[in-house]
Design a protein around this ligand. Sequence first.
Ligand SMILES: Cc1cc2nc3c(=O)[nH]c(=O)nc-3n(C[C@H](O)[C@H](O)[C@H](O)COP(=O)(O)OP(=O)(O)OC[C@H]3O[C@@H](n4cnc5c(N)ncnc54)[C@H](O)[C@@H]3O)c2cc1C
Length: 460
Amino acid sequence: MAQTLTLDSLQAAFRGPLVSPGDPDYDGARRVWNAMVDKRPSVVARCTGPADVVAAVNFAREHDLAIAVRGGAHSAAGKGTCDDGIVIDLSLMKGVRVDPGSRTVRAQGGVTWGQFDHETQAFGLAAPGGVVSTTGISGLTLGGGFGWLTRRFGLSCDNLVSVDVVTAGGEQIVANVDEHPDLFWALRGGGGNFGIATSFEYELHPVGPVILGGLVGWPLARAAEILAFHREQTRGVPDELGISAAFVTAPPLPFVPDALQFQPAIVVIFCWSGDLDQGQDVLRPWLDLAPPIQMVAQLPYTVMQSIQDELAPPGRHSYWKAGYLAELTDDAIAAVVDVAAGVPSPFSLAEMVLWGGAVARVGDDDTAFGQRDGRFLFNAVSMWEDPSATGANVAWARAFHDALQPYASGGVYVNFLSEEGPERVAAAYGPEKFGRLSRIKAQYDPDNVFRLNQNIPPAR
Ligand SMILES: Cc1cc2nc3c(=O)[nH]c(=O)nc-3n(C[C@H](O)[C@H](O)[C@H](O)COP(=O)(O)OP(=O)(O)OC[C@H]3O[C@@H](n4cnc5c(N)ncnc54)[C@H](O)[C@@H]3O)c2cc1C
């Protein structure tokens, strides 16, 4: 009874739907990408705009409700939902407005990268975003954000011009280089700790509409040789090349020979966003190795941006373990090839993303984002369907990570953290940045109202 009265008081100030236990939409509204996370909030407040966000934050504070914020719900750790508290769900906030004159775009907090790319590519423009189109721009950008264009144009957060934020006190403010510059610094890599971002303004760049993209692959037995080649061949490649090597189980697709389907493989996935003829030359060395798995084509950039969607659908159980490598040494390669061979689920993958380029050209102090100088970012992504197989799949991602630990440069990408404890969150930034972020947190959210995230507690 008390809960009904409480929700009535929120409804009076709220325009969007409020979904609570018993509503037909409740299970859909509380669900997140990672099926390991199965939580039951008291209410999911589906905001239609910033005023709804303000109402929900004020209501939560007044009723001492824990707040989970949901953008695209793709948090690896499943942070976009909670037990008992309120989910402030931005997924109905889909506004995107491109200004082709200034080459900027303003996008609301519920937009996904597929929706973002759809609108910006209508003008032949793009900002670096994630490589799976269903991922939210919100969480990805606030934690840093990399994708196929990152070596050329920087992280998603490097392209931010301005962010509209609802603070823990329910105030609407703007953060950019002139207004609340400390907050603007923290929002570029510090995650969702500092307020709820209701919209983001990004700088855009001419891209495509056609790029050269695809993947090439070999059976796992050739992984050591291919990875050593890949390490050398990627030295000094132009920034227009986004490229990753990944251990996968080869899917039953037409470009995979029958004998290799469902078998472990090493693949190299790439997107060349520069001059198409030059791209053929840059990719020639990999093609000269006559990869038995081969799908290379001139594709619309929007197709490239969704080409991996089916590898990571929502609704599977997932556990991630990530880090950075200063170098992919022969010993490191040998260590991971062994682990890759023992992968328990055909859905799992482990990727090594070529870092550098524009990422490394942004000053380390310019943003909160922590790790710009590695050579490769790596991530073991276990994905499986049978909940009873959790132990083996979590163990595999950890084993992959542990095998690389002796060669890792320290640190971790905050958006690739599972539920790993406060030390690992601190490791994403290093002590100095973490201290600065804690002080900014104390200024904007002294009571840690926004704590259901990769949390940076306020400095005391
Ligand atoms: C299939 C898949 C592919 C991915 N690919 C990439 C990739 O290519 N590059 C990359 O960098 N990362 C990638 N990621 C990781 C991704 O960056 C994070 O999972 C990110 O948190 C997703 O953002 P979201 O809005 O979808 O998630 P959510 O779960 O909605 O949110 C994630 C976190 O951000 C907070 N948050 C969300 N929106 C807001 C907001 N508006 N204001 C304040 N806080 C907010 C949430 O509280 C939560 O803590 C991928 C993840 C998945 C599952």
